[in-house]
Design a binder for this molecule. Structure first.
Ligand SMILES: [Zn+2]
Length: 154
């Protein structure tokens, strides 16, 4: 009888442990477009974690021999690690691409005369239209005063 209580609890703690890893790197705001390649990697990660859960459950229920369980668990963990690595690389590449696109858009708008002056964002240091209310790079207010936060260290 106790097993029926222990198992869901073990699975729950597993999910709670894996959750920060699964959530890692998810943008703080904005919906994720279905074309987002990151979403695909995350789905694969989710799948791997589900496989791990199933494997642990099968092992608990005695459906899998211990050696087999250990071997499969190792393989799944390796797969999860690779997926995480892929996610990191994708995120870096996409951040670089976004930065380049933002720079190019700004240059174009400067050449068209729609942007007459530029300023630097106080949050991320990126260049933008001096009239911009929200920084297109970090989506924070460019005039956000960081000095008050820095003064706290003095
Ligand atoms: Zn910014």
């Amino acid at each position: 009888m106790a097993l029926f209580l222990a198992l869901p609890l073990a699975l729950l703690s597993m999910v709670l442990l894996a959750w920060p890893i699964l959530r890692r790197g998810r943008p703080a705001s904005g919906p994720i477009s279905p074309l987002d390649p990151l979403e695909e990697v995350r789905r694969r990660q989710q799948q791997i974690y589900e496989e791990i859960q199933t494997l642990i459950l099968d092992h608990e229920l005695g459906n899998v021999r211990h050696e087999e369980y250990e071997e499969e668990l190792r393989a799944l963990r390796l797969k999860a690690a690779h997926a995480l690595q892929e996610q990191d690389q994708l995120q870096q590449a996409m951040a670089r691409l976004e930065e380049e696109m933002e720079n190019e858009a700004l240059e174009l708008r400067k050449s068209w005369g729609t942007v007459r002056a530029v300023k630097r964002c106080a949050s991320c240091g990126g260049e933008m239209d001096a009239k911009a209310v929200v920084c297109p790079r970090c989506a924070l207010s460019p005039d956000r005063d960081l000095s008050t936060e820095e003064k706290a260290h003095d």
